[in-house]
Design a protein around this ligand. Structure first.
Ligand code: ADP
Length: 253
């Protein structure tokens, strides 16, 4: 059986108003449930809890204080999982929630427990949905971005592939928001300094990592022998092509 970790970013999951983009989430739930039925194990790493919480609470901007952001995450995580559970249920697919922090994955005992939980859930046919536990995480203990968390997760479960769904088609040789002539790089065989330097921050209001955290994630994945693909989350159907080995977005290998 193939085992795939898929990470979806806030800019894909939410509208510019901050509320959840149900059309995209529904498409994603459909495609993932379908792929799962075709003998592939799936783990979904999701962002979006703070943005969804801010929107649900009716706060007019992303809160500045940690406690307000964590409160928003607590509300938003609930909304996020409720929505996923509802959407995946339509396609007969069970999901579960796993909230992680760096403090957990760095601890041998906790890490082993998580691995056993993942394995058991996958045996049960569940799609585990992972997020950072934003309600307890504080600076020194956080991944801070789900790109890194998704690569660590892929390593934990010994995935065959990590697929990052972003708001952009892949990795470009220059930051495309700042350079009109930036070109998509289809294959990266080696993460050079040049590549690291061309990966900029997020230009969106809700995205956290930008391309630089995706390159860090690629390093973790590739070092663990796991190929990583970055592609556009607006078209979850492209996951079918990726699994058939077709060239979509950027592959790091
Ligand atoms: P997500 O929520 O999908 O993780 P991010 O905003 O965090 O989205 O990351 C994707 C963004 O990274 C792109 O929309 C783009 O603005 C920015 N970016 C910076 N450098 C690059 C690059 N070299 N190639 C592609 N995107 C880049």
């Amino acid at each position: 059986k193939k085992r795939i970790v898929i990470k979806v970013g806030t800019s894909t999951l939410t509208h510019s108003t901050g509320s959840l983009n149900l059309r995209i989430m529904d498409k994603l739930a459909m495609v993932l449930s379908d792929i799962k039925k075709n003998d592939t194990e799936i783990i979904l790493v999701t962002s979006g809890s703070i943005t969804a919480g801010v929107s649900k609470l009716g706060l007019n901007e992303r809160p500045k204080s940690v406690k307000e952001r964590q409160a928003a995450a607590s509300v938003g995580q609930c909304e996020l999982m409720f929505t996923y559970d509802k959407l995946f249920s339509q396609y007969g697919q069970m999901v579960s929630q796993i909230l992680l922090t760096r403090a957990i994955t760095d601890n041998d005992l906790y890490r082993n427990n998580i691995i056993n939980t993942f394995e058991t859930l996958l045996t049960y046919g569940v799609i585990p949905i992972v997020n950072e536990n934003d309600t307890v995480a504080v600076d020194e203990l956080v991944y801070g971005d789900n790109d890194t968390l998704s690569a660590v997760t892929a390593k934990l479960v010994k995935a065959d592939m990590l697929i990052i769904l972003s708001d952009i088609d892949g990795f470009y040789d220059k930051n495309p928001q700042l350079n009109e002539n930036a070109k998509l790089v289809p294959v990266v065989e080696e993460i050079t300094l040049e590549i690291e330097n061309s990966a900029g921050d997020s230009q969106s209001l809700v995205g956290t990592g930008g391309m630089s955290t995706k390159i860090s994630a690629a390093k973790i994945a590739v070092n663990a022998g796991i190929d990583m693909v970055i592609c556009n989350g607006k078209h979850p159907e492209s996951l079918y092509d990726i699994l058939e080995g077709k060239q979509v977005g950027t592959i790091f290998r």
